[in-house]
Ligand binder design. Structure first.
Ligand code: SAM
Length: 512
């Protein structure tokens, strides 16, 4: 069994890796992209691949009419494992011997994945099975509700980096005798009576209207002593006089303080919630994982400047966490839409700059997206829903969640300053979260869009009572442009026709 690397190496000065370009997002199948990387070049791998479930993970913003190959490819668990095995073999090859590997999955295939990973890395390199409780409640009438994901952890085969994660844990039980004192602080309290009746002296006599004898008890202190405590505001008086349990009680002389000490986080993680509908970091991507989860993994299993690789990186949570924590990173995703969303996120959240395609990411604050279908020809060839997502995101909008029955709207632009109303935010639909302040986008993956398409979009604008809307296509007929002008004259509403070439050349900005 390899051993944990101790002590943690001090943070080296940030420098680019000699082995591999970092701060790069590759668009493509990770199997192909990984083959271009040298052996033993990354320190930490995290993957969260699509599971063998009936959910279609390649869909970016929810349901679509397009069906990608995934459900078919993964028709059975065996097919899923067959699909993942060569990719995991490549990941094991590019992982340093001193590195760690995290595979995020759920009940569908975690048992098969574990067997596969034991075979690839060796049983002795299995470090942990982490249970991440991602939700507290689900209702199932016929089985125990499934509340957790499983994260399998392996070492690359040598000594590995590990930093225990400590949190402040409460080690005292909160006493049930806690009350709010006259100063607003919480106090533990003591009973002023003891069990049993006594006839001797004042201990069996009523005090301030409370008679302990009628409850089979006696005062444990003299009336004088209790008067003194009352003057010092140390007596807690019950709301209802004499009711069971309603005797005056003595406050401690100091407020109650829960005792805490640092406790180590174990393999069951219950303190990180999945992203709820209104979470700030939420982008609307259905399988987006919380940043806190990735930060814990990266902090625990890497050092500053180490290289983190996510080969199924979705909307880039691992990359953002790595960048924020001063690690270098490489991301791969097969979906061009995911890559564009990631690029936007790295710019918006991490304040990074995107370098020109064909160049290297120049400095620690710049990144590059490689192998995107940047040409008109490639954009004509990608699936329609990917094209729609590309165009809407290119305009700075949010693609429609539902592409079936989208009522002629493929996406919406929310002007800067638009804010969700509380009720809408609670309802949780991104598109309806902004109080009426949005512009519709219509996308056609075709050349020479003509007047009938513009007519249909005009109907949408009137129906939705929008003053401004955007149409994206490869080109437009003269009739289409004339109809937009006529519509403006008739109604005062504006339709901006944008071409794909304008988005590629970033010329569309002037029209926005
Ligand atoms: C479950 S999501 C990852 C979500 C990610 N952890 C996050 O927080 O955003 C899986 C991603 O894997 C991508 N994917 C599927 N097959 C792939 C492949 N062969 N190579 C690279 N990426 C792939 C999908 O496009 C999808 O974005």
């Amino acid at each position: 069994m390899p051993r944990k690397r101790q002590p943690a190496t001090p943070a080296p000065k940030a420098r680019p890796s000699a082995l591999v370009d970092t701060r790069v997002v590759y668009c493509g199948d990770c199997l192909e992209q990984l083959k271009t990387l040298p052996d033993g070049c990354v320190d930490l791998v995290y993957i969260d691949p699509p599971f063998n479930s009936n959910r279609n993970y390649e869909v970016f913003w929810g349901e679509t009419k397009e069906k990608r190959a995934f459900e078919d490819r993964h028709a059975s668990t065996q097919a899923y494992i067959d699909y993942m095995r060569p990719r995991c073999v490549e990941l094991a090859r590019v992982l340093k011997k001193t590195g760690s590997f995290y595979y995020h999955c759920d009940w569908h295939a975690s048992h098969y994945v574990r067997v596969m990973l034991d075979q690839i890395f060796g049983e002795n390199c299995h470090l942990n099975e982490i249970i991440w409780r991602r939700t507290n409640s689900r209702t199932e009438t016929d089985q125990w509700p499934r509340l957790h994901d499983t994260i399998l952890v392996y070492t690359g085969g040598g000594d590995w980096t590990f930093h225990p994660t400590m949190v402040e844990g409460d080690i005292t039980k909160v006493p049930h005798t806690l009350v709010i004192g006259p100063d607003g602080d919480k106090y533990n309290t003591k009973d002023l009576t003891g069990p049993g009746i006594t006839k001797a002296g004042e201990s069996g006599k009523p005090w301030r209207g409370f008679n302990p004898t009628s409850f089979g008890r006696h005062w444990g202190y003299s009336h004088g002593q209790m008067d003194e405590w009352d003057r010092a505001r140390r007596i807690h008086w019950p709301k209802k006089k004499g009711a069971a349990g309603g005797f005056p009680r003595l406050l401690d002389d100091v407020p109650f303080e829960p005792k805490t000490r640092a406790v180590q986080i174990g393999s069951v993680w219950t303190d990180i919630d999945r992203l709820n509908q209104t979470a700030k970091e939420r982008l609307g991507y259905p399988t987006q994982k919380p940043l806190a989860l990735l930060e814990r993994i990266i902090k625990g299993s890497s050092n500053p400047n180490d290289i983190v690789l996510d080969a199924f990186c979705g909307c880039g949570t691992a990359l953002v966490a790595a960048q924020n924590l001063g690690r270098q990173w490489v991301g791969i995703d097969i979906s061009p839409t995911a890559c564009r969303v990631m690029a936007k996120r790295l710019k918006d959240v991490c304040g990074m700059r995107e370098s020109e395609p064909g160049h290297r990411a120049k400095d620690l604050r710049s990144f590059i997206v490689r192998d995107l279908p940047w040409t008109i020809e490639k954009l004509k060839a990608i699936p329609h829903f990917e094209f729609e997502n590309w165009a809407v995101i290119g305009l700075g909008g949010i693609p429609n969640k539902v592409q079936v029955g989208d009522m002629g709207i493929d996406g919406r632009i929310f002007p800067v300053g638009a804010r969700p109303s509380d009720a809408d935010a609670k309802a949780g639909q991104t598109a309806s979260m902004f109080a009426g302040d949005w512009f519709p986008i219509q996308v056609k993956q075709s050349e020479r869009v003509g007047r009938p398409d513009i007519d249909a979009f005009e109907a949408v604008m009137v129906r939705e009572d929008r003053q401004r809307g955007f149409f994206v296509a490869f080109s437009y007929t003269h009739d289409a442009e004339q109809e937009c002008a006529a519509f403006h004259k008739r109604t005062g509403r504006v339709i901006k026709t944008i071409t794909v070439r304008e988005i590629l050349d970033e010329q569309h900005v002037q029209k926005m």
